[in-house]
Design a protein around this ligand. Structure first.
Ligand code: SF4
Length: 407
């Protein structure tokens, strides 16, 4: 039995959650020369709590919204010497589309005045369908946003309801066309599969809708049940039955097959795009390039160390106001570097250099035998001394990387 890659998670910023948040978790960034640099802004506000989500956000932000924006501006200013040129700006959350236009403007202006920005800077805004309207799109465009990441998740009302999403099927269906009419040709849509009661036919219809709408970039994540969420509680109490792993696997295979047939490239396990529509920001993460993360719970990486801001809104504001440390940091050990190199590289079309992996003295004695075995099983492909996962290998990604990790 082949199972879908469990590293996949729920949201487009899932890699941040999965890979960066816990200092004791396996770290994934490789140390390479930074060709690009990005800035991630975490907007920790949401209208309501989705039942499966354990990201950092608050629904009771109205009282301290001003202070939060000011703290974010202060952090941007404080960190202006950490990176020279910004190639990508990414507003994630939370729900950045909840921002008033003057708040969004002030953050973009602050980044532009504190850092040198590449002329072609990619500015992505995560937006939920219920926040997308013609007038907002026009304002976002004027602010400089040139890429939208739409948290659509499903076209099925039953799913949107139990997930407590703030939007309707109708809004899911309309928001893409409205965005395209306003000139947002560079957009990506998030979908979730492996949902309870989601049939293969329904999943196929969801994907087909995006293909028909000519969406150039799709991120599709398998539902993971996070601890301390309403979903996990319902499953424990038997109120909801999780999808079978076999069904999740079939849905992943269908996704890959259907998108390949329609000329989307799977450039990362969960990310598919038409030519020239890769996310520059996320690709930079996967290539181990430098970035700074601003706002509560945001993570940063400078090639040598990783740091993460406090995941508490009021503490973040307080510590910023009192000029206290609002983050923790750690240096990456050699083992961390190896594991990160392996994990990020193998999940993408860029692969991972075999020579680079072999240069780590701590690799296990049977490392080369394992690579041979994976190649023999047709899970791994070697081309010009770079290792890639085959299509079948992508389904085994977690197993393969865990077998090769240095622990
Ligand atoms: S909108 Fe996104 S961040 Fe907010 S609760 Fe839902 S999934 Fe989580």
């Amino acid at each position: 039995m082949i199972f879908p890659p469990r590293v996949q998670s729920l949201d487009k910023h899932c890699f941040i959650k999965t890979f960066f948040i816990k200092p004791d978790s396996i770290s994934i960034f490789k140390l390479t020369f930074a060709l690009m640099a990005g800035i991630y802004i975490h907007i920790p506000f949401c209208k309501q709590k989705c039942t499966y989500c354990d990201f950092h956000f608050s629904t009771t932000y109205h009282t301290y919204r001003k202070e939060m924006i000011q703290s974010i501006l202060n952090e941007i200013n404080e960190r202006k010497n950490e990176i020279e040129t910004i190639d990508t700006i990414y507003f994630g959350g939370g729900t950045p589309s909840i921002l008033e236009i003057n708040e969004l403007d002030s953050i973009i202006q602050s980044i532009r005045s504190n850092f040198e920005c590449n002329n072609m800077v990619e500015i992505t805004l995560e937006a939920n369908p219920d926040d997308i309207s013609t007038s907002k799109l026009k304002k976002w465009k004027k602010s400089g946003v040139n890429r939208l990441s739409i948290g659509l998740q499903s076209f099925k009302s039953f799913d949107l309801e139990w997930m407590n999403r703030a939007h309707t099927v109708e809004e899911s269906e309309n928001c893409i066309s409205i965005a395209q009419e306003e000139g947002f040709n560079d957009l990506t849509v998030d979908l979730i599969y492996g949902l309870p009661q989601l049939t293969l036919k329904e999943w196929e219809n969801h994907i087909q809708k995006l293909i028909d709408l000519k969406v150039p970039h799709i991120s599709a994540y398998c539902l993971t049940v996070e601890k301390q969420t309403a979903l996990s509680n319902w499953i424990k109490k038997g109120k909801i039955e999780p999808a079978k792993e076999e069904m999740q696997s079939l849905q992943f295979e269908l996704l890959v097959e259907l998108l390949h047939r329609n000329n989307y490239e799977q450039y990362e396990i969960s990310n598919f795009c038409k030519p020239n529509h890769e996310s520059k920001h996320n690709s930079a993460y996967w290539k181990g390039e430098h970035y700074i993360g601003v706002g509560p719970s945001a993570h940063s990486f400078n090639g040598k160390e990783r740091r993460w801001n406090i995941a508490n809104n009021s503490m973040y504001i307080k510590k910023m106001n009192e000029s206290e440390d609002y983050f923790e940091k750690e240096f990456l050990s050699s083992n961390d570097q190896f594991n990160e190199l392996l994990l990020t590289g193998l999940r993408t079309k860029y692969g991972v250099s075999l020579k680079k992996l072999q240069s780590f003295t701590q690799i296990s004695t049977n490392f080369n035998d394992k690579i041979k075995e994976f190649k023999k099983n047709n899970w791994m492909i070697e081309k010009d001394e770079v290792l890639f996962l085959s299509q079948e290998g992508k389904l085994m990604a977690d197993y393969i990387t865990s077998e090769l990790f240095i622990v």
